[in-house]
Design a protein around this ligand. Structure first.
Ligand code: ACO
Length: 324
């Protein structure tokens, strides 16, 4: 059975920077508070009229196609992990398929909040491993600014907009080795977008109540994230007989620097083995992990052992062990 290897990476970041100093003008906060509590200095915001998640996903996919000289007609499946699709339907994947000219591909969106990319990676890899597909495009893309309440200081400091894309292809040598995923719907209330779905469709009342904005109970989410990510990372290391020395890089979801540091500590990893770009981009939800892979791709060598891990709304979390 072939393994599913990541053979190409692409990304997109909007031009506009929203700095902590900018946020000081918008809500009662300070650069010092934001940096010490989260590690974030600035995030990117997509503010082009008529452009949203499908646009960013397309840009990331197009970069991957251009830099690796891929014929888009050879892509079999497109999976877009997102909680901010352009519309509830059609799927963002169909809009991307059209815009990159992947005329032989089918595809769908996957909703698992900040865990979306990792869930999509396992999903995409299964198509390769089973022989059902030869080329799967896995994209994580979120326009978090479209669901962020910029008068709520507890959430507006955290999120940014971006997209990242990877191409999965069969390999005899390297690829996804193992994946462990979890969901716990008993805590679904801790992090959610309350309105706009079938339960509470858009109405004057939902708009007036601000219920089309993301709501988060930060403190318990933080606690669950530290335990969830640390436990699942140590679990995947034990299952695969990996010590801290065997892991070349940890690729963690970028929600909070303190969560990442705690996870790396539990795994016995020094900071030079931890991919971290939260200072520049904030939490871009499904885009954080592929953005890290993009930023570090020139440091990565064939055979490097990576542990990817995410935690997010649902609650959802997981870890994947990948040889590059
Ligand atoms: N500036 C200044 N003060 C603030 C700010 C701010 N931006 N935000 C909150 N505060 C205040 C609070 O009002 C509170 O004041 P009080 O003690 O007088 O009530 C105080 O700071 C402490 O608030 P906490 O919420 O306890 O702060 P905490 O240290 O927990 O940091 C944070 C908040 C950064 C949100 C943290 O809880 C966190 O990172 N949570 C997890 C986020 C996460 O992992 N999300 C999952 C992924 S996201 C997804 O799936 C879409």
């Amino acid at each position: 059975q072939p393994q599913a290897a990541i053979t190409a990476v692409g990304h997109f970041l909007p031009e506009r920077r929203l700095t902590n100093t900018d946020l000081e003008q918008m809500v009662e906060t300070s650069d010092e508070w934001i940096q010490s509590r989260t590690g974030i200095k600035e995030r990117r915001i997509l503010d082009d009229d008529g452009k949203a998640t499908a646009y960013m996903a397309t840009q990331a996919a197009q970069e991957l196609i251009d830099t690796h000289d891929i014929d888009p007609a050879t892509i079999d499946i497109i999976i877009v992990a997102t909680v901010t699709p352009d519309m509830l339907f059609p799927a963002t994947a169909c809009l991307v398929q059209d815009q990159i000219g992947a005329r032989s591909a089918w595809g769908f969106d996957l909703s698992a909040a900040c865990s979306g990319f990792l869930f999509a990676l396992t999903n995409g890899a299964s198509f390769i491993e089973s022989g059902r597909a030869e080329r799967v495009l896995v994209i994580g893309a979120d326009t978090m600014s479209s669901i962020t309440d910029y008068s709520d200081r507890s959430t507006c400091i955290l999120f940014g907009d971006a997209a990242g894309a990877v191409l999965l292809e069969p390999s005899d040598t390297y690829g996804l080795q193992d994946a462990v995923h979890h969901a716990d719907g008993t805590h679904s209330d801790l992090l959610k977008l309350p309105a706009g779905g079938s339960l509470r469709p858009a109405s004057h009342e939902t708009v007036d109540a601000g219920d089309h904005y993301l709501k988060q109970d930060g403190r318990p989410v933080f606690r669950h994230a530290v335990t969830g990510m640390s436990d699942v990372c140590t679990d995947i290391m034990e299952r695969n007989d990996l010590s801290g020395n065997d892991v070349d890089y940890l690729v963690p979801h970028q929600a909070n620097r303190r969560i990442i540091d705690a996870t790396a500590n539990r795994m016995g990893l020094s900071s030079d083995k931890v991919m971290m770009n939260i200072d520049r981009y904030g939490n871009t939800t499904a885009a954080t992990v592929p953005l890290c892979l993009y930023d570090w791709q020139h440091e990565l060598r064939p055979g490097h052992n990576l542990v990817l891990t995410t935690f997010g709304g649902g609650l959802t979390w997981g870890a994947s062990y990948l040889t590059w």
